[in-house]
Design a protein around this ligand. Structure first.
Ligand SMILES: Cc1ncc(C[n+]2csc(CCOP(=O)(O)OP(=O)(O)O)c2C)c(N)n1
Ligand code: SF4
Ligand SMILES: [Mg+2]
Length: 283
């Protein structure tokens, strides 16, 4: 839909070019749409649209290729990092991005993400953690919090029966191949702005050839959580962000050797400056 801007008016907010003008299949209030928008903004600002090959997940974001104006490959459930590795091998000039939910990345695809990270694959991984299997009807995921009700834990997740939640990004961050790992949130505009900075930095890390970069985004699933969109945002802020605190988890880019991909050139400054609250100590 094209909009005529009146003469003299200044545009302060608009749809990023890489976010396509499509009717969404997401439920009202779902966080996936916010993450799509941030990915579209960052890829556009870095001029990466034409050289991006993204890998779509299985999960509610399976139709990510309908909304983002970049080339996509659809991976089987959990296999996005393996498919992305293949793309990286045969198309070294491409910018390669994966997008996965928590069931996809932290359950069926645990092996793929761990080994892609361990190899230090030059990938930018976007990991949308809504703490549940949204697409299949709200079953427990590895990330489901203790006490959280789901269709497969109707009385709430109990450690003695279902085990403990898996802090996937912290686990990946101990691997030396991981150049950058951060966790953002879609809870409010401040958190969303910070998440965009993390995503931008994770893209730059690939452009600089420094290694594997991942941004987890804690997100809401109002339908799977059985809540209104507003209540789900409150839960995201009050409960989920306590269990999975946002911030930069590891940043090894100062010590990681730079080996830019052949066609790299669209790098820009960004990320947390030393001394900023979300700047981590190097581990
Ligand atoms: C090999 C295989 N196993 C299981 C499924 C069923 N399945 C589809 S989506 C999904 C979970 C999705 O959860 P998540 O990755 O957290 O994405 P969300 O929908 O919450 O965004 C599962 C188990 C499948 N499609 N393929
Ligand atoms: S089920 Fe949850 S994750 Fe899936 S579209 Fe609906 S709100 Fe979003
Ligand atoms: Mg999920």
């Amino acid at each position: 839909m094209s909009v005529t801007i009146p003469e003299g008016a200044r545009v302060v907010f608009g749809r990023p070019e890489l976010l396509l003008d499509r009717t969404t299949h997401y439920c009202p209030g779902c966080g996936h749409g916010v993450v799509h928008r941030l990915v579209a903004e960052v890829l556009g600002e870095l001029g990466l649209g034409p050289r991006t090959i993204a890998v779509a997940p299985v999960g509610c974001a399976v139709f990510a290729y309908e909304y983002l104006g970049v080339d996509f490959v659809e991976a089987p459930h959990g296999r996005a990092p393996a498919v992305a590795t293949g793309i990286r091998r045969v198309r070294p000039e491409a910018f390669v991005l994966t997008y996965q939910g928590d069931g996809d990345l932290a359950a069926i695809g645990t092996g793929e993400i761990v080994h892609a990270a361990a190899r230090g694959e030059l990938l930018t991984a976007v990991f949308v953690n809504n703490g549940i299997y949204g697409m299949t009807g709200g079953q427990m995921a590895p990330t489901t919090l203790l006490g959280q009700r789901s269709t497969s834990t109707p009385l709430g997740r109990e450690a003695s029966l279902h085990g403990y939640p898996v802090p996937m990004t912290e686990m990946l961050a101990v691997l030396p191949g991981v150049a950058y790992a951060a966790r953002g949130s879609v809870a409010d505009s401040v958190a969303i702005g910070r998440t965009k900075r993390y995503l931008r930095r994770a893209c730059e890390v690939q452009l600089e050839g420094r290694g594997f970069a991942i941004v987890e985004v804690i997100s809401n699933c109002p339908v799977g959580w059985g809540m209104t969109p507003q209540a789900s945002i409150e839960r995201l802020k009050e409960v989920v962000a306590t269990a999975y605190p946002p911030g930069v988890i590891v940043d090894r880019t100062a010590s990681a050797p730079a080996a830019p991909a052949p066609a790299a050139g669209a790098t820009a400054a960004g990320g947390a400056a030393p001394g900023e609250p979300d700047a981590p100590a190097e581990r």
